[in-house]
Design a protein around this ligand. Sequence first.
Ligand code: EPU
Length: 367
Amino acid sequence: MRIKEYEPLAPLTTFGIGGVARWFAEAASEEEVVEATAWARERGLPLFVLGGGSNLLISSVGFNGLVLRVALRGITVAGAPHNAESSGQPAERIYQAAAGEPWDSLVERAVRENCAGIECLAGIPGTVGGTPVQNVGAYGQEVASVIERVRAFDLREPGFVEFTASECGFAYRRSRFNSADRGRFIVTRVDYRLTPGGAPTLRYGELERALSESRRDGSLPSLTEVAASVRRIRRAKGMLIVEGDPDCRSAGSFFKNPVIREELFQEIASRSSGAVPRFPAGPGAENAGRVKISAAWLIEQAGFQKGYRLGNAAISSRHALALVNIGPDGRGGATAAEILALAGQIVARVEARFGVRLEMEPEMVGF
Ligand code: EPU
């Protein structure tokens, strides 16, 4: 396995920002994960695991240790254990995907094979391995609801371990891998339980409206149609990676949608004209009496317009929740510090106006 030195990291991120990795390796197999991590441990070097780089902000300093890019590939499909076929339900299938597979090609394949469960997650950049870490979700689906098992390398007690979905501690944009056990595991494979011939998930207002406009007869759209519709919506918001589109030089949503007390929501609503976008806070006792409010809406109501610039950083011209590396000529060139300066201004103004503290979503490296 080849270990490189002073590898530029910016090109490996969707933001296109960041310094160099002092050491850099790519693991194409589990054996190489073991080898690379042992190499770093023997030298007492810190380790950072890179997937698709789509939810990442790397400082100009970069990373003074080993950056390990997870490049394991391969997808196998098998019948699910405890298949419900005999009970008249469609038989489920397990898609076992290596962590380095591009997420969107897995979605494409599942949809092509008419397997339901991830069709609303089309067009999301990044790799399979990142999906359980931040419990990727969009347009009415979350990977938590289809993940069967996650295989990972444990850095603390070196060896491979497997977790069932309930052992992953999933919540909104959260799992044990980015909270309690942050930095402890390297995901190498994720198994998803998908349903052949299953109905698409139609739970998100904007998606339902887009689909009903194109299907006036009221029949159920196919998985292919749903995925295509999600891609169109994402593209319109600059949330699809499109070559030459400056709005997608971002990390997707830069802030989480805050979950707040119902009373605070009512207070905000009473001071606003028009309906305030709200979503269910999610299951769990900690969410009782709480509601998820749109961060994009809060940002705009705090006085920031889409396209607002601060130095070389900007708010996306199509979605207030994405910060963009815009640069002097729209072709990039912002530093991480410039992105954080804009983020800081947004957080301060939203907090002053609404008493809600926005939390950043991307992972920060080298600060
Ligand atoms: N809105 C605004 N201004 C905007 C955009 C949206 O006020 O510029 C308001 C609108 O009222 C809209 C509401 O916010 O109805 C929600 O907007 P949207 O449907 O675009 O979703 P979001 O809450 O901003 C979340 C996820 C996205 C995901 C979409 C769709 C988070 C942090 N973000 O965004 O995920 O694609 O829902 O499900 O939960 C990501 O995490 O990187 C990401 C892109």
